[in-house]
Ligand binder design. Structure first.
Ligand code: PEP
Ligand code: MN
Length: 364
């Protein structure tokens, strides 16, 4: 008999999510431009009849149905013969729900009325770490006044050294809540551990999954439980495909409100903290319907490079930025050299906005 070792995780963890499954979205059924809702429903009903499932995406130009089930079963159905069906195509990429093909239009993520994706460029700004109430509120006021879309700030911090400041935890979350009450800005904050999901979700408007946790698959699967958008940062050694597969873990659990973030990868280059991979942004925009933003602060590790990299990100087609700001960077407990001083943020936002509007978009 095979004995399963107990998992050292919270008792509410849905173990059944760990069970392997080979059922995934395998086929795309593209409906004709003039197809009716009844015709779409007819295809969906047929899929359900044979035990498959469907993900319907109604776009500006066409409706696309993702057929979820065993590939062999799905391909045996004469779907092309159904009224209103234009084309049936296999989804060849290993990522399915996040792939470009499955959604007719780019996904727009919304939090408290602020938007990221398509016509909307998200400008997320705030401290690396919530240190004090004063430091967080000062930063929040400065970025709100300059037109930022959302406030970032870490209450639980992943630090390379176990001796470094690990964040204020729940106390930090309370400060972020206060900053939102005062400025109205939605809060983006990091979740490190599934055991803290409820506490973080109680305050966060967007849950950040940091670079170090990009392939923490248990954590990713848990995000299907919350009705909040997820900001998923690329691991410093992860490929574009691995990032998309990580996003697929979240989407598979029923949460498709995901923003991807390029934050620099590890290369031989030492003049910047990481190497900002803007090529990956262009590739991602091609591969996925999800919004893709750039973190120039962690990529550069130097505040003087944050503006040029931000401009470049906007120009390459990124859907937004996440930048670190502090009222007194020289006093910061974390990431000091890369923090934009709060009093410079308005000029920074103005310069970014110029490129954003050249790209035909506006700050969301
Ligand atoms: C952060 O955004 O504060 C952070 C820790 O970033 P990353 O996970 O990209 O290192
Ligand atoms: Mn940081």
């Amino acid at each position: 008999m095979r004995v399963q070792a107990a998992l050292p995780i919270a008792p509410h963890f849905p173990i059944n999510r760990l069970v392997a499954t080979n059922v995934s979205p395998e086929l795309l059924i593209v409906m004709k431009g003039g197809a009716t809702t009844e015709q779409t429903e007819h295809v969906v009903a047929r899929l359900q009849e044979v035990g498959a499932d469907a993900r319907v995406s109604t776009g500006r130009e066409a409706t696309v149905i993702g057929a979820i089930g065993e590939r062999e079963l799905l391909t045996s159905l004469p779907l092309e013969a159904y009224p209103g069906v234009e084309q049936v195509l296999p989804i060849l990429k290993p990522y399915k729900l996040v792939s470009r093909e499955i959604a007719s239009d780019p996904t727009v993520i919304e939090a408290r009325g602020r938007k990221i994706g398509d016509d909307w460029f998200g400008l997320i700004a705030g401290p690396c770490t919530v240190e004090t109430e004063e430091q967080t509120l000062e930063t929040a006021r400065a970025v709100a006044a300059a037109g930022a879309s959302m406030l970032r700030g870490g209450a639980f911090k992943p630090r390379t050294s176990p001796y470094a400041f690990q964040g204020l935890g729940v106390e930090g979350l309370a400060i972020l809540r206060e900053a939102r009450e005062e400025t109205g800005l939605p809060i983006v904050t990091e979740l490190l551990d599934p055991r803290q999901l409820d506490e973080v979700a109680d305050v966060a408007d967007v849950i950040q999954i940091g670079a170090r946790n990009m392939q923490n698959f248990l954590l990713l699967s848990e995000l299907g439980r919350v009705d909040l958008p997820v900001l998923l940062k690329r691991g410093p050694s992860a490929s574009v495909e691995e990032l998309l597969m990580a996003a697929e873990y979240v989407a598979k659990e029923g949460n498709e409100r995901i923003v991807l973030c390029e934050r620099g990868i590890r290369t031989f280059e030492r003049s910047t903290r990481y190497t900002l991979d803007l090529g990956s942004v262009a590739v991602l925009k091609d591969e996925t319907h999800l919004p893709v933003i750039v973190d120039p602060s962690h990529a550069a590790g130097r505040h003087d490079l944050v503006l040029p990299l931000s401009r470049a990100a906007a120009a390459v087609g990124a859907d937004g930025l996440i930048v670190e700001v502090h009222p007194r960077p020289e006093e910061a407990l974390c990431d000091g050299p890369q923090l934009l001083p709060a009093h410079e943020f308005a000029d920074f936002a103005r310069a970014v906005r110029e490129v954003v509007s050249l790209m035909g978009r506006e700050i969301g």
